[in-house]
Design a protein around this ligand. Structure first.
Ligand code: BTN
Length: 253
């Protein structure tokens, strides 16, 4: 049914019409002790947040959801869950879009269809010492529309071959897929997640331009390390390990 996603019992859905940011709402619930599996879903957001302080424009018709988790892990392991989320969104879109669609994951966790961004993920967390207390996985998937004039071109499911996709169905599929990928991560660790991510990585082995807080670098995207950091080959034996940056352009051959 359009308005109610089918969800496994591990999820506790909080459905809202409008909210500032589902991530903010899930973080507030996290601080108040809400259980793992709390899933905040809003029809639109007035203050949607993107990575690195950017806004996430959030009109009705797209998916805005944030999942509260309480895994018993070191804070340093949290980035692994961002790859878990990326693979789950990727699997969801593979299911929904036609088989011919070329879908990739752009480091660290954007989803790209035919070279256009269709989904983004924002993780926020709180720790007690070195251990994670709670983690919010926020996902935005462009379903009915995509923003214009973004630094990286954007698209939506309706534009990319799934003209009838509906938010509740997409959320239900994502929740299912996330549960499965998370189980793989819990039972087998990061290696199979990293493998799947690399198999569908955008511009792997190609030249890319990467913007860190300090500089813009151009080099060959040669791998991700066992923790998920991007390895950029600048040539002449100079390889950089990048943990936080934006991949702003690719030069696929
Ligand atoms: C990115 O910059 O690519 C990440 C975008 C994440 C957007 C989602 S929409 C649901 C959740 N609530 C937010 O305020 N942001 C995330």
């Amino acid at each position: 049914m359009e308005d109610n996603p089918k969800l496994d019992e591990l999820y506790h859905l909080l459905k809202l019409d409008v909210v500032g940011s589902t991530n903010e709402e899930a973080a507030r619930l996290g601080r108040e002790g809400a259980p793992a599996g709390t899933l905040v879903w809003a029809k639109s957001q007035t203050g949607g947040k993107g990575r690195r302080g950017r806004d996430w424009v959030s009109p009705g018709g797209n998916l805005y959801a944030s999942l509260l988790l309480r895994p018993n892990i070191l804070l340093a392991q949290a980035p692994e869950i961002s790859f878990v989320a990326a693979v789950a969104v990727f699997n969801t879109l593979c299911f929904i879009l036609p088989q011919t669609a070329r879908i990739h994951m752009k480091w660290p966790n954007d989803i790209i269809v035919e070279g256009h961004k269709i989904a983004g993920i924002l993780l926020e967390s709180s720790a007690q010492g070195e251990m994670l207390d709670w983690l919010v996985v926020g996902i935005g998937i462009n379903i009915a529309s995509s923003p214009d004039k973004t630094p990286f071109p954007a698209t939506s499911l309706h534009e990319s071959g799934a003209p009838h996709a509906k938010t509740a169905d997409v959320l239900g599929r994502f929740a299912d897929s996330f549960k499965r990928v998370m189980e793989t991560w819990t039972n087998e660790g990061f290696a199979p997640i990293r493998k799947r991510w690399l198999e569908f990585a955008w511009c792997l082995g190609e030249e890319i331009e990467v913007k860190t807080e300090q500089e813009t670098l151009r080099g060959v995207f040669c791998d991700i390390d066992p923790s998920g950091a991007l390895i950029l080959d600048l040539g002449g034996g100079d390889k950089r390990i990048i943990t936080a940056a934006n991949v702003i352009r690719g030069f696929p051959t």
